[in-house]
Design a protein around this ligand. Structure first.
Ligand code: FES
Length: 144
């Protein structure tokens, strides 16, 4: 039996486990593409399965869709992500995740300092105003 080169949206849902609404959203966002039949039904190339897998794997580690799109833009429109492509992207994701982990650790430490304070001051609290250099000197007025 010949394998169909194109999939309906229902077949994509079945193969990917991704809701049709998400597939339509990815398409509106330019992450995947389909062609339309004369009856205006979507048909997806089989390589879109790997694109969806790439998107879902990236989303599962918190990578924003805008960043995923930027990376997918390096691929020709009709090419599936290759193993090498995924390896390079996942290396980028690792750096992004490490950066986020460091930021979360800093936030956790600042939060620990806030426990028992409760001032929630926009001028003094580093959580309220993380870029405030005066806050790095500690709570309380610094210009008096
Ligand atoms: S609540 Fe954050 S420094 Fe007071």
């Amino acid at each position: 039996m010949a394998v169909a080169q194109e999939l309906t949206i229902g077949e994509m849902v079945e193969r990917c486990g991704v809701p049709a609404s998400a597939l339509r959203f990815y398409e509106r966002e330019g992450l995947i593409r389909s062609r339309r039949t004369s009856g205006n039904q979507r048909r997806y190339g089989r390589h879109m399965l790997r694109r969806v897998a790439f998107i879902r794997a990236s989303q599962s580690v918190g990578i924003p869709l805008a960043v995923i799109r930027e990376v997918l833009d390096f691929l020709p429109a009709d090419a599936p992500p290759t193993k090498e492509f995924w390896e390079r992207a996942s290396e980028c994701w690792r750096k992004e995740l490490n950066s986020r982990i460091e930021k979360m650790e800093r936030m956790r430490d600042r939060f620990t300092e806030c426990i028992g304070c409760g001032c929630l001051s926009f001028e003094q609290c580093q959580l309220m105003n993380p870029e405030d250099k005066l806050a790095a000197l500690g709570p309380g007025p610094r210009r008096l």
